[in-house]
Design a protein around this ligand. Sequence first.
Ligand code: FEO
Length: 164
Amino acid sequence: MLNPKMEMELNKQINEELYSAYLYQSMAAYFAASNLKGFAKWMDVQASEEVKHARKFYDFIIDRMGKVVLEAIEKPPVEWDSPLAAMEAAFKHEQHVTGRIHFLVDLAREVKDKSAEVMLDWFVMEQVEEEASVDEYVQMLKMFGDKPQGIMMVNHEMGERGED
Ligand code: FEO
């Protein structure tokens, strides 16, 4: 039986992950409209990843015989000032998600929910990876992004991303 607070916060996390998917899909559209197909592809793949994250929380609640409650998803921004500004916003968002995951781990410990704690372990490490991969592109753009060749180099690199 899921603790009611845990259940509420896991439901909130479904919404957070679906908002992440929405945000990255909006960034993908922004990049596609700017003819940056590599950035757009990377964000497309990232958006699909976020839907999978939401699904993991959804499945966990169902498996624990809890109640899934899907709330409205907030509208994401549609424009950014530059590719760097968009990637910095993505990094900031991932830091926010990391904070949420750590909060959930603390809550799982507080309510002595071992299964939630173990399920969340995967997300703790996933966040390390997500922050590192976005930061890599932020740093590249800071180094070379003020030149068109720099943007095209990062665009090419991001376009190499396959499905994870
Ligand atoms: Fe599901 Fe990018 O955090």
